[in-house]
Structure formats: C-alpha cells, structure tokens
Design a protein around this ligand. Sequence first.
Ligand SMILES: [Zn+2]
Length: 139
Amino acid sequence: MARLREAVLAAPGEARFSLRFAPAPQWRGRIEGWTQAAVPMRCERCLEPVEVALGGPVALYVVDSEQQLEQLARGEEGMVLPEATVKLSDWIEDELVLSLPVAPRHADCTLPAVPTREVVPVEAPENPFAALQRLKDDD
Ligand SMILES: [Zn+2]
C-alpha cells in the first residue's frame, strides 16, 4: 500500500474489510460493506503522532463507463471498472486514501490552536494625551 504509506507516519498494521458483491439488474454489480484501518499521522496542532481511523461504509454500483456513472440515481455512488478484474488490495487502498483526513489532530489535543493571522478589528482606545491636548488648546 505504497500510496497510503506516503501519507502517514507508518503503514497500517492491517486493513480490515467486509465487502459483499451483489448482482445489480442494470449494472455490473453492487458492492456493499466497509473498510477499516488505523494509521498514525502527525497531529497538526501538537505535531505528535495521532492514531487516525480510516475507511468507512461502502455502498456503490460497479459500472462500465463514465456515461453509465451519470445514469445512476441521484445520491448513488458508482465506480467505473473498465477491466474485468480489479486487484482488491488496490481498491481497498483507494478507499482508505480517500478517507485520509486533511488536518489530523487529537480529539483532546492539549495544545491551544496555532494562532491564526486573522485581523480582529479592535476599537482603538482614545489617546489620553489627545484629551490633554484639547484642554491645552482651549486655553
Ligand atoms: Zn495533538
């Protein structure tokens, strides 16, 4: 799982999955189940390793072409499979890579968030000397 390995601190010890291949009347088939793996990534807050759960539920139709993909009902997911067979480990790796978090972090990270560079408008306090200056000008 080279592509997944590049994105994380260490390769997952194991990737678990449960997939059921069912016939689909209109398409080549349907895949249902789930994928699951736990990998260490670097917490973007404290920069320490954090265990991240990858994978998730799988429910999609297998189709022959992009055109068929567009014919799927709204909300249905599909996968174009031009070749007769696909290497299962490659496919599961794809699923895991797709579920990689953009910004991994500990759920209870104790470090405060890195301050952002957002500019917060603050009302400038009146310069006390300006008031004195006005008093002087009145003389
Ligand atoms: Zn952290």
